[in-house]
Design a protein around this ligand. Structure first.
Ligand code: NDP
Ligand code: 2IT
Length: 446
């Protein structure tokens, strides 16, 4: 960091949010990218644009009491970070995972602000969730937890103020329970208050697939523009086996690739013949089981304990789709040693700064999360549009719009990177392109 305004804002943000390493990491990467456009716009400093950009507009924490199946009362902590509303109502997912804390919420809300700007749809940035661990919980426990969570959250959200959706540990089932409780409390059917809803009550077709499909549409653009090739015949490794990973795998296969490894938080499976996605879907989406059960079900495949080992599997394309900081410098070195040709982030901030630097030094095309995984929130935006119209579009129509949005995001990242003298640097391009619109909107609104 060379610019004194950027340095000062970063130092102050670090001091104000002590110990919040994920938030610091996201801030540093973005602020470093913005130096040249900050220098071109002295009014940003005068108007405190960066100071406002790095400080959540509102941060809510609350108690979530719920009763487990044995009758014991338990308490978790709930969060909603309303990060930036310059270009639309706060929008972003809810995460239920034991690692959720203020730092994770702020990094995700900050990233979401830029991601949502890139989509071209009118959505500000937000995020929420809880340190609740859904693993091993019965359906009744999940329902009671969601109802208690919404009993506090409802007063902070609304179709024109803040629109949550899913993220890790929150899928269609949880969104359903959350929506039911919201409706019960406010006494009105406000479909646009949550996205990722089930199809019978206002969900959008293709929202389930959107994040994963969008990652592959973005990766296809990278392959075409930067390597003059496509997915056909490529070997792909995808970490995770949740919503994002499964539909990234589905689209990569449909585009002609062979996906040879997937993982969960315990370990990974390697299937040299190509992962059988119907088996993964059955295990992870239907049975909520562990990925290790894939190996006994599919002869010729292998299960390995430990999720980081997946980066040692030889591949052309790596798509980290599980969680933050899952791919570190060591993992990046292993991928390079095995001849990886492209890396594209599906999860939010899955690559550590060391991993990103390793790919950059090696000249490997690298797709940043806030651009590559923006397909999910884009279709959430389209779900809001459909709810406002009281219409629902066909799968094909939503998918066609998603493809158009992802191509547009790629083009915007390339153009912004070029504009600041970093051609082909999609990290810088995504940050600059996302920030410009947010900054202009903040300036205009005073
Ligand atoms: P899911 O809960 O559906 O799946 C998460 C997957 O990642 C599971 O396989 C899980 O394993 C694994 N995982 C989670 N935490 C860890 C961890 N600490 N270490 C190792 N593996 C882990 O979540 P999603 O697929 O929805 O989300 C995945 C990523 O994509 C997240 O970073 C999320 O923020 C991001 N994202 C999601 C969007 C969406 O629309 N859902 C949109 C854009 C980004 P296990 O089963 O063992 O828990
Ligand atoms: O990280 C993300 O973009 C999401 N979890 C999706 C958010 C949304 O509002 O659809």
């Amino acid at each position: 960091m060379k610019n004194s305004y950027v340095q000062r804002v970063y130092a102050e943000a670090v001091a104000r949010n002590p110990g919040e390493s994920e938030f610091h990491q996201a801030l540093r990467e973005v602020l470093e990218s913005l130096e040249s456009i900050i220098e071109q716009h002295p009014e940003y400093e005068r108007e405190g644009i960066l100071e406002r950009f790095v400080e959540p507009e509102r941060m809510i924490t609350f108690q979530v009491p719920w009763t487990d199946d044995s009758g014991k009362l338990r308490v978790n902590r709930g969060f909603r970070v309303q990060f930036n509303s310059a270009i639309g109502p706060y929008k972003g997912g809810l995460r239920f995972h034991p690692t959720v804390n203020a730092s994770v919420m702020k990094f995700l809300g900050f990233e979401q602000t830029l991601k949502n700007s890139l989509t071209t749809l009118p959505m500000g940035g937000g995020k929420g969730g809880s340190d609740f661990d859904p693993h091993g919980r019965s359906d009744g426990e999940i329902k009671r937890f969601c109802q208690s969570f919404m009993t506090e959250l409802y007063r902070h959200i609304g179709p024109n103020t803040d629109v949550p959706a899913g993220d890790i540990g929150v899928g269609a089932r949880e969104v359903g329970y959350l929506f039911g409780q919201y409706k019960r409390i406010v006494g009105a059917f406000e479909g646009g208050v949550l996205t990722g809803k089930g199809i019978p009550y206002g969900g959008s077709l293709a929202r389930t697939e959107a994040t994963g499909y969008g990652i592959c549409y973005y990766t296809s653009e990278m392959l075409r523009a930067l390597l003059n090739t496509d997915f056909v015949g490529k070997t792909v490794v995808i970490s995770g086996s949740g919503n994002v990973a499964i539909f990234a795998a589905e689209k990569a296969m449909a585009l002609g690739a062979r996906v040879v490894a997937m993982s969960d938080s315990n370990g990974y499976v390697y299937d040299p013949e190509g992962i059988k996605l119907d088996v993964v879907k059955e295990l992870k989406l239907k049975k909520r089981a562990r990925i290790r059960e894939y190996a006994p079900a599919v002869p010729g495949s292998e299960y390995h304990e430990g999720c980081k080992g997946i980066w040692g599997v030889k591949c052309d394309i790596a798509l980290p789709c599980a969680t933050q900081n899952e791919l570190d410098g060591e993992g990046a070195e292993k991928l390079l040693a095995n001849g990886v040709k492209l890396v594209c982030e599906g999860a939010n901030m899955p690559c550590t700064p060391e991993a990103v630097e390793t790919f950059r030094k090696a000249g490997i095309p690298f797709g940043p999360a806030k651009a590559a995984n923006a397909g999910g929130v884009s279709v959430s935006g389209l779900e809001m549009s459909q709810n406002s119209q009281r219409l629902s579009w066909s799968f094909e129509e939503v998918d066609a719009r998603l493809q158009g949005i992802m191509k547009g995001i790629f083009a915007a990242c390339m153009a912004a990177a070029e504009e600041v003298g970093k051609p082909g640097d999609l990290v810088v391009g995504a940050n600059v392109a996302g920030f410009k619109k947010v900054a202009e909107a903040m300036l205009a609104q005073g």
